[in-house]
Design a binder for this molecule. Structure first.
Ligand SMILES: [Zn+2]
Length: 108
């Protein structure tokens, strides 16, 4: 498989055939791209593929966040690499589950 820019559109494969848009899963992360029906070559969207790479690099890593206050709300500041790996953006709502007195799970 080749990691080249592909936004889920038809592109010309190295073999000369036209690729077909396809959604891949790398490390459980959705990656847009396209696949050649003739030779099977895969082309990934570079932004999505980069997210999968960051995810693979930081999974199981213990990171630290910092609690801050914004008005009457508490805010948890997340490491940039975590935000990148998850593809989060400002205003996104996520689910939060308290698993034990010392463990909180964020569900995207
Ligand atoms: Zn091909």
């Amino acid at each position: 498989m080749t990691k080249k820019k592909a936004d889920g559109e038809h592109i010309r494969c190295v073999c000369g055939a036209k690729t077909v848009p396809k959604q891949f899963r790398l490390e459980g992360i959705k990656v847009r791209g396209s696949e050649c029906p003739k030779c099977g070559e895969a082309y990934f969207n570079s932004e999505d593929a980069n997210r999968a790479l960051i995810y693979n690099k930081i999974k199981h890593e213990i990171m630290s966040g910092k609690v801050a206050k914004a008005g009457n709300s508490y805010v948890l500041r997340l490491p940039k690499k975590l935000v990148s790996a998850l593809g989060l953006s400002v205003g996104r709502t996520i689910d939060i589950r308290l698993d034990s007195p010392t463990e909180v799970v964020l569900c995207i």
